[in-house]
Design a protein around this ligand. Sequence first.
Ligand code: GCW
Length: 714
Amino acid sequence: MISVMKTTCCSILFLVLFHFCRAGHHDGLWIRYTKTDNPALLQQYRRAFPVIHIQGGSPTLDLARTELQQGLRTILGQPVDTAGSFMSIGIIAGAGKQVQELLPSEDFTQLGKEGFVIRQAGNRLVISANTDAGILYGVYHFLRLLQTQQPVPLATVKSSPKIQHRILNHWDNLNRYVERGYSGISIWNWHTLPDYIDQRYIDYARANAAIGINGTVLTNVNANALVLTRPYLEKVAALAKVFRPYGIRVYLTARFSAPIEIGGLKTADPLDADVQAWWKTKAKEIYDIIPDFGGFLVKANSEGQPGPQNYKRTHADGANMLADAVAPFGGIVMWRAFVYTNETPEDRFKQAYNEFKPLDGQFRNNVLVQVKNGPIDFQPREPFSPLFGAMPKTPLMMEFQVTQEYLGQGTHLLYEAQMFKEALEADTWQKGKGSTVARVIDGSLHQYKMTGIAGVANIGNDANWTGHPFGQANWYTFGRLAWDHELSATAIADEWIKQSFGNHKTTVNAVRNIMLASYPALVNYMTPLGLHHIMGTGHHYGPAPWVSNAGRADWNPVYYHQADTVGIGFNRTATGSNALAQYAPQVRQLYENINTCPEAYLLWFHHVPWQHKMRSGRTLWEELCHDYYAGVDAVKTIRQQWQGLKGLVDEERFSQVSMLLDIQVKEATWWRDACLLYFGQFSRRPLPTGYEQPDKTLEYYQQLRFPYAPGNGQ
Ligand code: GCW
């Protein structure tokens, strides 16, 4: 009795603290649990899950136990008994034989290392897996089922990740400046590490584990060798220690010239014996203090970063040298394919493929080549990179950009799921119909032994982590799709909304509509019909299709849109750069024929006359105007829908999003008017009648300067 009282008192105290910490503003992401607000369901949950029993002990299981206990306590609004046994009604979780035997019909071999099963067995709900990490994922999934108010008895869930390495890439510099970051400075406080462990590190790990992310690259691909020196490695080790029980490994970016910069060598030539030995020693030093260190991510010979080509060696030579250094410890190398040079007068679209395709089969088996979803650079809409499907002997991993560098940065509400799905579902045709990019990435198309997916993080030290409150949805989506790329954009939106804003039907429906409308809207007001790379130089903020004086030709918007009095768009057919030849014949033919090319990609592949008849019956010019105006109108509708949520969502986020949507309407209008005024000079056609006229001149837009735009001060 006394002990029960003690537990209850502690629980009450804890509850008070728990709520206190979380009251006020909404920084808690999807792991901020709330009490079930449906009374009937609440009763059912209370009846079904009064007791928890987690079999076994380990740091990971301890976390699972705490998370389950605290989560459930909040969701049920009452203390939960953690002293349950195998006989209890309630939740039994564990990876050991004893728990597995409660589910005799289950084939546990199918679940692999990280999968889990949640199944009702009699009056007990069993969460089981092969490993403790699987249990943790199962517990988070269970809590998600309750947060999204699934009815009891819960339907059986069997789930295992389709991709092995599910990794966030932080473009965080050691001085805490986040390249292309729009949510404050880096969450890694290198100054106070290793001794001070910020609660944020723990919350970060929880949030990631809850969506299945199992790796994090802490540092920018535009790398600083200093992170590989001892003092920094000790800081990295402290983070690794926090993340370890959550199933998250740390990785670092490796600056290729590190042997010179911090090793005192004269060269970084990957075939030089001293250089190889230096990396081997460095790897050993790292693994001595971080035994589960994940490995290296490398940007080499790209945008000024050093690499093997400085020594006339190939990307494979460079990657393999690092791969050999980490192989004895089970580490991997993620080598980026984001390379292009303006020294070859070759269409930038083609360059990554030209560079990497010939190297297929030459990489060590602990190397993944990391490819951006599209051939250029995270534009609002890109066709899939032709490398996907073209390297059957080299595991390719996907790189998505979660941070919104080209997508309205910190101020535009954009739900990225449809964009990610579009890339994943694209059919490469490399092994016949159904050879989707997703099947390349998950390894099923070419039987890759290793698989991976990376997302460039949108996380910073802002109170709400991502600057724009809806940025959280994109972090969430990345994790969920990395786990299961078959989840739909709608399903993920619903999960996120319910966990972030609650289960109220009106809220869920309105926020879902807003989210799903946001991607087509953004493409329309920025880069409709396959326009790309027409943003401002350097900071990439706002439209600047007129720019023709950037440091290199392939940084100029005019290089990409090619507008003239005849038409607009980049001819990548056989009569142009012939980039289309890099795709499988079926894809090439589809895109090459102006009549079958999806209009969403039209100007990626064709220089199209202004008077070309579009499928709508409008001319190209009219269609362009139509789309730009439709984009702005869609944002106005979104803003209106959001206003309808007053009183239904918390005041803080309501007003933040309201202000941001005002900015978004302004900026969408700016994109529309600046682009149409500029392109109108070439089309020599007026805006079709019925459209509101731009209230500024082209010259006005051209003279705008943005000294304070994020991205200027790297
Ligand atoms: O899109 C460009 C960005 C750079 C980035 C680079 C890359 C980290 O503008 O900021 O550098 O891509 O992906 O390497």
